[in-house]
Design a protein around this ligand. Structure first.
Ligand code: 4AZ
Length: 512
């Protein structure tokens, strides 16, 4: 019992160390009323606050959001984009004391900067994780609308008066979130939705030079959350010139995508494929990258005797779509689901027991290069195996959609992609008239044309799906069909348009 009790306490105590947004206090204080309307903070009472230093000089503030990540203002990094030039000091109070026992020092490993004037937020990945304790602790992002006139706190080692020197000990000051309409009058319409103002109309409380990138922390009732980052303003503490802050919430998606992609070493959203011709005349595909494992849970490998020969897409627990030209044989070939790397065991392997082709006239090239494969047992669905939607017949694919193709096999990728691991690329679409012009009368309205890089001869996989999203849900719009034999940069890739067969597909699913 004693053991269990103490184990419980250990759990509770370690839990406390990881609490995001919870301040801690070390008694023993000396108060000074300075900074622009503020005061010296209790030492270590803002444990997510960091000092970002460039060549050992304090340059900006920042906030810890996870053991490996600090967020700050993008403008801090504009002239110094190299991460290794930056040092992050966490657990600091007095910057003049180089050996505070609570401090943790980390080098930057990568800077991720937003690419626009309108968003002043950056992420700095650290070389080594921080260890969380009472003095070094993260803060979560404020995700609900910010209540107007709410009082929050800004902290930093910046100047205590306009053009004044920086301070050694961390300062804090309470500021009020101001209505953007009022602030836009002060700043002549320069306050974008990704920013907000805080301070006082009459001035006197503000951030200043050196505070940039530091946190504006708001209390939720139980803990603090990160609502803003010190961004800009005219002067410091002036009347009708409040401080302007980055609205962190607006960038939460970008932050979570960036951290996710960086931490997993794979791309969640691939770049657009292109073709490049080297000086010695070798054509290669650019921007083909390894998919994140199981990120496209409908991707199927069609195999015979343990060998992959075509890709397909799961559209229903019992059904897979692929190209007719893959020549799938019922009762011999299998559908392999939940596969990333061919060298490892897949999640499920299911025998294909029936193969159907849409009714069509004979001829070459085949007019409806599509096959529906029936699985002998239903796939067990989960996060690694899950079907893709089939678009409605009247769903037309235009520029508002973003499309991706994925597959295995040897690509003509420039930087080399392991053929055993699922890879992917974004594909731009080519309109029907341009496609007809390049290919001639073969092209009908049951085809979709994309950038030439999408051809099997460039990407390496036959039957590969073309799936597209515009509001976050992916639809299977195409299955790669015939195309150029030698990765020809002039010839768009051609896909069978799945939506044109939607009613036939539905009929088959109901019938069998
Ligand atoms: C700066 O130069 C700066 N009063 C930061 C904040 C404010 C002004 C200037 C807001 O880093």
């Amino acid at each position: 019992v004693v053991l269990i009790q103490s184990y419980k306490w250990i759990l509770i105590l370690t839990g406390l160390l990881y609490l995001a947004g919870v301040r801690s206090f070390v008694p023993e204080q000396e108060m000074e009323t300075r900074i622009i309307g503020g005061q010296e903070a209790w030492a270590h009472s803002w444990p997510w606050q960091v000092s970002l230093q460039l060549d050992s000089m304090p340059a900006c503030g920042g906030a810890i959001i996870s053991p490996l990540w600090v967020t700050s203002a993008a403008h801090c990094f504009i002239r110094h984009t190299k991460a290794s030039l930056w040092t992050v000091l966490a657990g600091k109070h007095d910057l003049d004391n180089p050996e505070e026992p609570q401090q943790q020092v980390r080098l930057g490993s990568t800077v991720y900067n937003t690419q626009s004037k309108e968003s002043d937020v950056a992420l700095l990945k650290l070389e080594k994780p921080l260890e969380f304790n009472h003095f070094v602790r993260p803060i979560d992002i404020w995700m609900t609308p910010l209540p107007l006139l709410m009082k929050c706190t800004i902290t930093g080692w910046g100047s205590t008066r306009e053009n004044g020197p920086r301070v050694n000990r961390l300062q804090e000051v309470n500021v009020t979130i101001l209505p953007s309409d009022d602030c836009n009058q002060y700043y002549l319409g320069r306050i974008r939705p990704s920013m907000f103002c805080a301070g006082k109309d009459e001035g006197g409380v503000d951030a200043c030079q050196g505070d940039s990138g530091g946190p504006l922390s708001c209390f939720t009732g139980t803990r603090y959350e990160l609502a803003g980052l010190v961004s800009w303003g005219v002067g410091c503490g002036r009347a009708k010139r409040p401080g302007v802050y980055t609205r962190v919430q607006e960038h939460a998606q970008w932050m979570s995508d960036t951290m996710g992609e960086s931490d997993s070493g794979c791309d969640q959203t691939p770049g657009l494929a292109g073709l490049s011709l080297s000086a010695d005349g070798v054509l290669s595909v650019v921007n083909v990258t390894e998919s994140c494992p199981f990120f496209w849970p409908w991707q199927v490998s069609l195999q015979f005797n343990g060998r992959h020969y075509c890709s397909g897409a799961l559209i229903h627990p019992h059904w897979v779509i692929t190209a007719k030209h893959c020549g799938v044989r019922a009762k011999e070939d299998v559908a392999v689901l939940g596969l990333h790397d061919m060298k490892f065991l897949p999640v499920q392997t299911i025998l294909i027991d029936k193969v159907f082709n849409p009714p069509q006239k004979a001829g070459f090239p085949p007019k409806s290069d599509l096959a529906l494969l029936h699985l002998s047992v239903a796939a067990r669905l989960g996060s690694e195996v899950s079907p893709v939607c089939v678009p409605e017949e009247d769903n037309s694919l235009d520029d508002t959609w973003s499309c991706i193709t994925a597959g295995w096999g040897a690509t003509k990728a420039k930087d080399g992609v392991d053929p055993d691991r699922l890879h992917h690329a974004g594909l731009t679409l080519v309109n029907e008239s341009t496609c007809r012009h390049k290919w001639g009368g073969f092209i009908t309205d049951t085809h979709i044309c994309s950038h030439p890089a999408g051809s099997t001869s460039c990407m390496g996989d036959s039957g590969a799906p073309l799936f597209c999203q515009k509001h976050g849900t992916y639809f299977l719009f195409g299955v790669v069909t015939w195309g150029s034999w030698h990765c020809d940069s002039e010839k768009p890739a051609i896909f069978t348009s799945v939506s044109d067969y939607q009613s036939w597909i539905n009929k088959m699913i109901i019938k069998f």
